[in-house]
Design a protein around this ligand. Structure first.
Ligand SMILES: *Cc1c(COP(=O)(O)O)cnc(C)c1O
Length: 399
């Protein structure tokens, strides 16, 4: 997945444009910048890549989720339905707005189970946020229909799935508002960065202002701008945007490499009767950023994961035992370890975490192994890796 593996003169050239005029800020300084507007150019490239009317770059993927939710009007006391399997950023962004994360089970797509979403809806529910984990997606038609019939905002965190599609539409562009991350380990990197994507002109205007202190961005005199509402600073810098600009132009090349490497490993592992794969919904095409597979039992996944590490198969994760991506080990959330006081309403809203169990999610995550697909591998390396993985799985599970 990580675009940093293929850094080249293309990235260097874009960064040097910025260094040559010294304007590191994305807004203003028109006279000094010699026509270089890297953030604006990247937004326009992304509009094209995502087939979306509006793109607002921000400082990170976490910022993108916060800004997307705020732009859609999610705030204090609102409930946002999200999956048990994601990155901690999902609940961080919700809680930053004083809203309440309502975690629900995943299905064999490894993201939101539409049935679980439906049964979690209450009068306080304002939005449903799907997280397109590890390069693939959930059942978007079913989730969209649930959101429409319950008048809920549909948010799509596609931070790990850039380049994937559902019924020929880019992931991240299907819901009411989408979020991307360009942090250092994502398929396209800016170093740090993120994007909010939408076809809704009001959400876009909100995102544009909110991510820059509420500035209205009218005219070219920053001092004369007014503030229609309160905002914060979630701006991306020109240097970061310059790196992303070179990277996004290589997205089709990156996806093609991922697909090739993924397919070699998947074909090899599919010969094993102990291995099954995640379900990709009809009409879906993964970004091939990760290969996810299931083994028969929790203990199999633990043993194989350990044996992979011992035998140099790096970048494979058993999320069941990991505290970044799965509810089971999010003790800091369950124990509400906040630096500052949290409202009674949010405390009350999170009380379910003391008792609720997620057996259905456990069933999938316990048996799942997720392997990052790298861009820099040579073909013979991938073939060798696939064989070694297959041997390790066969010999470990036979024991
Ligand atoms: C990486 C990631 C984020 C957060 O992105 P940052 O740019 O690191 O803040 C959010 N959601 C998911 C699913 C991610 O993988």
């Amino acid at each position: 997945m990580p675009g940093f593996e293929l850094f080249s003169d293309l990235e260097r050239k874009e960064v040097n444009d910025v260094l040559d005029n010294g304007v590191l800020m994305r807004y203003g300084f028109d006279g000094m910048r010699k026509g270089h507007w890297k953030a604006k150019e990247l937004e326009s490239e992304l509009q094209h890549a995502f087939q979306s009317k509006h793109v607002q770059l921000v400082s990170s993927g976490t910022a993108a989720v916060s800004v997307a939710l705020a732009s859609a009007g999610v705030g204090a006391g609102d409930e946002v339905i999200m999956p048990t399997f994601t990155f901690v950023a999902s609940f961080e962004a919700i809680m930053m707005l004083g809203a309440i994360p309502v975690l629900v089970d995943i299905d064999d797509t490894l993201t939101l189970d539409p049935k679980a979403v439906e049964s979690a809806i209450t009068p306080k529910t304002k939005a449903v946020m799907i997280v397109q984990m590890c390069g693939s997606m959930g059942n978007m038609d079913a989730l969209k229909a649930i959101c429409r019939s319950n008048d809920l905002i549909f948010v799509e965190d596609a931070c790990q799935a850039i380049g994937g599609t559902y019924k020929n539409k880019p992931l991240g562009s299907i819901a009411d508002v989408g979020c991307f991350s360009f942090d250092f380990v994502k398929t396209i990197t800016c170093g740090e960065g993120g994007a909010v994507v939408t076809n809704n002109p009001e959400y876009y205007r909100h995102a544009d202002h909110y991510s820059d202190h509420g500035h209205d961005h009218i005219g070219n005199d920053r001092g004369a701008e007014t503030h229609p509402f309160l905002g914060y600073n979630f701006r991306i810098s020109e240097l970061n945007a310059a790196v992303g600009l070179a990277q996004v132009r290589r997205l089709p090349e990156f996806i093609a490499i991922q697909k090739k490497n993924f397919t070699i490993i998947r074909d090899e592992l599919s010969k094993l009767s102990s291995v099954t794969f995640r379900t990709v919904p009809d009409g879906g095409e993964e970004s091939y950023a990760f290969l996810n597979f299931f083994l028969p039992k929790l203990e199999d996944a633990r043993q194989v994961s350990k044996a992979f590490k011992e035998n140099g198969i790096d970048a494979c994760f058993h999320y069941y035992d990991n505290n970044w991506h799965y509810i089971r080990k999010w003790d800091h959330l369950k124990d509400l370890k906040s630096l500052f006081p949290i409202t009674q309403e949010v405390k009350q809203g999170l009380k379910y975490l003391e008792t609720k169990t997620f057996e259905q999610s456990d069933q999938y995550i316990a048996r799942n192994i997720s392997c990052l697909i790298k861009l820099s591998w040579a073909e013979n390396e991938v073939i060798e890796r696939a064989k070694k993985m297959s041997e390790i799985i066969s010999s470990t599970i036979a024991k």
